[in-house]
Write a protein that binds this ligand. Structure first.
Ligand code: FES
Length: 225
């Protein structure tokens, strides 16, 4: 069980205005062996979010790496049956879910145990399923961060912050941590993104997977803002 220093990130929960937000966890997260200590992980919760209902609505997937699921931001969002979602992610490499304002990535199984030493417990079910949901807002000033297919990274066009293909912060750019995350769960055999919750991303220096870029980057802002 990991906890973290408390930092409210309720601004990212624009769909939850009907329910006041409370901080769920406190404490200091331990370091995973061989990795930078996680010191500022946090969960901000909607107190009404006690369970996730299973839904039967079918998500529809395009062939362009975008899925249009059932549910809206600030709610549990059903993105479809697990096997189909994993296949869609693998086909797209990074699958964008506009309703959740998030990218889905297939987390490498060989790194799941190490990741559980870094990421909040609320994210562990998603890790076991092989899925991370990365909230699209840059942790610097909130620009939407697109993928860069040629590097395999997420690269912010505003001030040049770069993140690995799993959302962990790279040295380039002023962002203070990795991309924030939305918990992923399984309900009724369907993958559900619980966008009532946003979990603060891992601290600078986290590199669970030993990331290497696939090629040259898309954004080059040498001196930052
Ligand atoms: S908003 Fe992304 S680097 Fe500034």
């Amino acid at each position: 069980m990991l906890g973290g220093a408390l930092v409210a990130i309720g601004a990212g929960l624009t769909g939850c205005s009907a329910n006041p937000l409370t901080v769920e966890s406190t404490g200091t997260a331990p370091a995973a062996a061989g990795h930078t200590p996680a010191t500022t992980l946090v969960v901000v919760t909607d107190p009404a979010a006690s369970s996730i209902p299973a839904t039967t609505a079918a998500a529809s997937t395009t062939t362009e790496g975008v899925v249009f699921p059932f549910g809206n931001f600030g709610e549990p969002i059903d993105v479809g049956p697990l096997e189909e979602v994993l296949a869609d992610i693998d086909a797209a490499v990074k699958l964008y879910v506009p309703n959740a304002r998030a990218w889905l990535v297939h987390y490498p199984p060989e790194h799941v145990d190490a990741a559980k030493g870094v990421y909040q417990e609320v994210l562990h079910e998603g890790l076991d399923l092989g899925i991370l949901a990365l909230y699209q807002k840059c942790t610097h000033l909130g620009c939407r961060v697109p993928e860069c297919a040629q590097s395999g990274q997420f690269e912010c066009p505003c001030h040049g912050s770069k993140y690995t293909g799993y959302g962990e912060k790279l040295p380039e750019g002023p962002a203070p941590r990795g991309l924030d995350l939305i918990p992923v769960r399984l309900a009724g055999g369907h993958v559900v993104l619980d966008s009532r919750l946003i979990v603060q991303g891992p601290p600078i220096g986290t590199d669970v997977t030993g990331w290497e870029p696939l090629g040259p980057g898309c954004v080059n802002i040498p001196n930052g803002p």
